[in-house]
Design a binder for this molecule. Structure first.
Ligand SMILES: [Mg+2]
Length: 319
């Protein structure tokens, strides 16, 4: 039986973790953006880990080593932010080639440490080995105020579903690169996740939160599954940049597919009582309402030109 036959990455995680009991002090194990550990009276520790594999997550034809290091950090920090937290410490493990140069690794660390500086992350250790392709894995430890933590499971019927920034930019850049077309590729090769200050501001008003790493459709589905709700997304209001629309035109592809089924945008998706919009706007206003949370019996669907369609799931590593 192949891993893909289980139904996807989410089902695979359930398959291998469902019998693991959690000892006291562990608030949340696998299944959210981070594991959550009890730490002090007022704070939790957050732990997350994420890997980038050459030719799957990055292609050195398009990525400089520095961009690879930067993206590795930004994609991991995004998971800490998705819980409303701020990152603190990092551990990096990597598999290099036998002939990897000092210049390559200097550039990699330049990018990695630039992102660490942006988020006040300190590197505390790691492991280095060699193999036949580059593999970089980062583990991040962060913290969050107990009152400020947000899970995927907190969405309530009546909440609006919001996303920060614009979606689809990373996939738009990737498609340009794959087709050898000129255009804006920065969102793919050097994405910027949100900041801890922004995540904490949002968490103050949100009921549920997740980061957009596998496409809007996938993240909404996670929120609904874990909150026991349904949802409606309005396709026409999904925020996209002019560069993303330009890439769609040049590649002949549908920009909505980039946003819904692409990934690696590292924006935040959150649900909140619509009454909170004015207060959040005063602290943070780069967000767009793209739908609403419904009761579970209504299902998960997307409104396309006035017609309701079931929401397909997004990108899956094993599908
Ligand atoms: Mg995530």
């Amino acid at each position: 039986m192949k891993l893909g036959d289980l139904g996807g990455e989410f089902e695979f995680i359930k398959h291998v973790t469902s019998n693991i009991g959690l000892p006291p002090g562990v608030v949340k194990g696998a299944g959210d953006d981070c594991a959550v550990l009890d730490y002090s009276d007022s704070e939790y520790l957050l732990v997350t880990t994420d890997m980038m594999v050459e030719n799957d997550h990055f292609n050195l034809k398009w990525f400089s080593p520095g961009q690879t290091g930067w993206k590795l950090s930004e994609s991991n920090v995004s998971d800490i932010l998705a819980m409303g937290g701020s990152p603190l410490y990092a551990f990096i493990s990597m598999s290099l080639l036998r002939d990897t140069t000092v210049e390559f690794m200097d550039d990699f660390y330049k990018g990695l440490l630039a992102s660490f500086k942006r988020h006040s992350v300190t590197l505390l250790g790691g492991d280095t080995t060699h193999g036949t392709e580059y593999v970089f894995n980062l583990t991040l430890v962060g913290k969050v105020d107990k009152k400020g933590i947000r899970y995927r499971s907190g969405a309530k019927p009546g909440d609006i579903i919001c996303v920060t920034g614009r979606l689809g930019g990373s996939t738009a850049g990737l498609k340009l690169l794959l087709q050898g077309k000129q255009g804006y590729i920065d969102a793919h090769v050097s994405p910027r996740c949100r900041t801890a200050a922004e995540a904490a501001a949002i968490a103050g008003y949100a009921n549920a939160m997740i980061d957009v790493s596998d496409g809007l459709a996938s993240e909404v589905t996670h929120i609904c599954r874990q909150s026991g709700t349904g949802a409606r997304i309005d396709r026409s209001v999904i925020p996209m940049s002019a560069e993303t629309l330009d890439a769609a035109e040049k590649t002949g592809l549908d920009p909505y597919d980039f946003a819904l089924y692409g990934g690696e945008d590292f924006e935040l998706l959150f649900t909140m009582d619509p009454g909170n919009i004015p207060q959040l706007n005063k602290k943070f206003n780069d967000f767009t309402a793209v739908g609403e949370i419904l009761s579970a019996d209504r299902g998960i669907y997307i409104s396309v030109d006035g017609e309701n369609q079931p929401l397909k799931k997004g990108y899956d590593h094993f599908a």
